[in-house]
Design a binder for this molecule. Structure first.
Ligand SMILES: *[C@@H]1O[C@H](CO)[C@@H](O)[C@H](O)[C@H]1NC(C)=O
Ligand SMILES: *[C@@H]1O[C@H](CO)[C@@H](O)[C@H](O)[C@H]1NC(C)=O
Ligand SMILES: *[C@@H]1O[C@H](CO)[C@@H](O)[C@H](O)[C@H]1NC(C)=O
Ligand SMILES: *[C@@H]1O[C@H](CO)[C@@H](O)[C@H](O)[C@H]1NC(C)=O
Ligand SMILES: *[C@@H]1O[C@H](CO)[C@@H](O)[C@H](O)[C@H]1NC(C)=O
Length: 316
């Protein structure tokens, strides 16, 4: 009896594995982009990009509504040439500072500083994309002090992977682990004159994750994962919406950096090469590499990849 059960169990297990293998061998071909333009069209049509505005829903609580900007980010700015500057230690192996500052807009991530690193990463920051740990748990001092440029003289955008959700009658923050929304509300009360950050709609992150999975299955270039997309990936897709041309610095690494260091500003943080960390880094890199107009050899030499903005992409 026991043996039969075990056999049955193993049989079912084998069948499941077989079905899985077959499914991954024969992907849903309706979604396979045949060309680089096809992939750009997927970014344009399958990933919904916007920020939450006062207008987004019928807010029951007026104090929730007041945290949010009136208009959306995509209706507030647009640029010709943009730089997306990663926080990678690889930036220290080049001197891209001047080149980065010459773009029409520069995007940086989280608490990445420019001071003392100008030669390598430039000095201007137009947009800063932050995760939900800020300002509750990280770079609080910079966020709260009006005389520090970081966050204060930049457009701030909050990465939102389903933490701040849009419910029929307002904001649902049950999944907001780091209480970013409550912190911003509090901050709005104490800093009435400060411009509040833009908060990405939850669908943006979810759509990126779905699109990455679809890409991996369709192309076989990567393995589908349950890990969430990194803030870097959010930033690249966001800038594709806001810019005609997007130059991505050291998200696809050059072959120059033989150290095992992670950040250009923190020599203690070790690289996550082996574990991959919490995010879908390898999938994203494949994706961005496929979108890139720059050859693999040039990326290997420079760590810079050029992508074209979505307003240049025509989709039927
Ligand atoms: C394949 O993709 C199409 C278009 O997105 C979708 O309508 C269909 O349900 C998918 N089929 C499967 C088996 O996932
Ligand atoms: C509205 O927000 C305030 C301040 O965060 C809070 O004290 C109050 O309980 C909220 N009211 C409702 C109905 O959610
Ligand atoms: C508010 O929403 C309406 C309808 O979607 C739109 O026409 C209007 O431009 C929005 N207003 C702002 C300030 O975003
Ligand atoms: C805010 O930052 C300025 C400039 O760095 C500094 O001089 C000042 O002491 C800071 N204020 C507080 C309250 O930390
Ligand atoms: C906010 O701005 C108003 C008008 O510019 C000014 O009168 C007021 O002093 C400012 N408040 C703070 C706290 O900076």
């Amino acid at each position: 009896m026991r043996a039969t059960k075990t056999t049955l169990f193993i049989g079912v297990l084998c069948l499941c594995i077989l079905v899985n293998v077959l499914l991954s061998k024969f992907p849903n071909t309706t979604d396979v982009p045949q060309t680089i333009d096809g992939l750009y069209c997927n970014v344009k049509t399958k990933i919904s990009f916007s920020t939450i505005t006062q207008n987004s829903t019928n807010f029951e609580n007026r104090s929730d509504e007041e945290v949010l900007p009136k208009g959306s980010l995509e209706n507030s700015v647009s640029y010709n040439s943009c730089a997306v500057v990663s926080s990678s230690h690889g930036l220290m192996l080049h001197t891209y500072g001047r080149e980065i500052d010459a773009h029409d807009a520069v995007l940086r991530f989280n608490c990445a500083p420019t001071e003392t690193f100008e030669e390598f990463v430039g000095s201007r920051t137009d947009i800063r994309l932050i995760n939900t740990r800020i300002p509750g748990r990280a770079c609080k001092k910079e966020f709260l002090n009006d005389s520090i440029a970081m966050f204060n003289r930049e457009i701030t955008v909050v990465r939102n992977f389903d933490a701040v959700r849009l419910a029929p009658r307002g904001i649902d923050t049950k999944k907001d682990r780091f209480r970013v929304f409550e912190n911003l509300k509090e901050f709005g009360r104490t800093h009435p004159n400060r411009t509040m950050p833009f908060i990405l709609i939850p669908d943006f992150g979810k759509d990126i994750a779905t699109e990455l999975g679809r890409f991996c299955i369709a192309t076989g270039k990567c393995k589908k994962t349950d890990k969430s997309p990194s803030t870097g990936m959010f930033g690249v897709v966001m800038m594709l919406h806001l810019c005609n041309w997007v130059y991505v610095y050291e998200i696809l690494p050059s072959n120059k950096d033989s150290t095992n260091l992670r950040y250009y500003y923190d020599e203690k943080a070790k690289n996550l090469k082996t574990t991959g960390g919490f995010h879908s880094f390898s999938q994203e890199k494949q994706y961005i590499r496929t979108l890139s107009l720059t050859s693999d050899q040039d990326i290997a030499n420079t760590g810079v990849a050029l992508l074209k903005g979505l307003n240049k992409v025509r989709c039927d």
